[in-house]
Design a protein around this ligand. Structure first.
Ligand code: SF4
Length: 309
């Protein structure tokens, strides 16, 4: 059985690591971009971003003063048994969020939308969110913590089958122009694109694509992988650099996820996850061992299944 105390400790540690330690895949990509950037202002910005990553780890403080909105992604094995069940799991994750808001500290960003009441612990109605998926033939649980900003970088458009790939590229470029030229999503960023499903599903998939796949990962569908490469090239040849400056590149990666849609439509969601990529994953085994890693491994073949079985 996975004990509640193990989950609590792991979730606290995940919040600390996510807030402070930049994932290596992101750091390597920003280093590459800095080395190849020809605009001196943009190169300066990228070098400062790299110094900021190092300072956060050295000082054990969050890599951005805006620590975003903490959220959890739980992948639960079909044979996993959690002490106290799923309700207890959610209580424990709320406790870990409140604890680490004080201990790291995280900025208490969550407020009631009308009264602006703030519990000062990032906990409230639908806060933090927990998203679930399941995995066959497993008795472990993967827990991923993401701290993502919640104000800018998200877009939705209902496209139609006749819009096709050109329409998708147009929307992609429109959304980059909307946010990048004003530096509103703190580029360079990973762009997640969710295509298909319904409005809520494509937006959810775009966020998961931005936050839960590592830089360099390609979709296993070769046609989608090719489109990812094309959008990276398109985005990085649009004249945008980091933080709204002109430059050679502003896209760390593009990740596309697909869901079966209504035959008459092609809804698309786009989300940007800024260079301050706060994500960390732990696998909690049934014997209560905990292994931390950087790749969330959220998009498994089971999660992307397209048949009954
Ligand atoms: S977009 Fe990212 S880097 Fe910019 S303020 Fe928000 S969390 Fe910080």
């Amino acid at each position: 059985m996975i004990k509640a105390g193990t989950i609590l400790e792991a979730a606290r540690e995940l919040n600390i690591k996510a807030a402070i330690e930049i994932p290596k895949d992101v750091q390597r990509k920003v280093e590459q971009m800095a080395a190849g950037e020809t605009n001196h202002l943009s190169r300066y910005v990228l070098e400062k971003i790299l110094q900021n990553y190092e300072a956060a780890i050295k000082d054990r403080s969050p890599m951005c003063a805006d620590t975003g909105l903490p959220r959890y992604y739980a992948k639960i094995g079909n044979d996993a048994v959690i002490e106290g069940g799923m309700v207890n799991l959610e209580r424990v994750l709320r406790q870990a969020t409140a604890d680490t808001t004080t201990s790291i500290p995280l900025r208490p960003n969550r407020v009631h939308p009308f009264s602006r009441k703030d519990h000062n612990n990032n906990v409230g109605i639908h806060a933090p969110t927990v998203d679930y998926t399941f995995e066959p033939d497993a008795d472990w649980m993967d827990m991923t913590v993401v701290h993502k900003g919640g104000l800018f970088g998200g877009e939705y458009r209902m496209l139609f089958p006749a819009d096709g790939i050109p329409g998708l590229k147009r929307f992609f470029l429109d959304s980059l122009a909307e946010f990048l030229r004003r530096g509103m999503a703190c580029q360079p960023a990973v762009i997640g694109v969710g295509v298909g499903g319904t409005k809520d599903v494509c937006v959810r998939l775009s966020k998961e694509a931005a936050c839960l796949r590592i830089v360099g990962d390609r979709n296993p569908d070769p046609d989608i992988a090719k489109l990812e490469e094309e959008l990276i090239e398109l985005g990085n040849n649009a004249g945008f650099g980091p933080m709204g400056f002109p430059g050679d590149a502003s896209v760390l990666d593009v990740h596309i996820e697909a869901a079966y849609a209504h035959t008459g439509g092609m809804p698309v969601g786009i989300q940007q996850f800024c260079y301050a990529q706060r994500r960390k994953t732990a696998r909690i085994f049934s014997d209560n061992r905990v292994e931390f890693r950087e790749d969330p491994q959220w998009f498994t073949p089971y999660y992307r299944r397209d048949t009954i079985d």
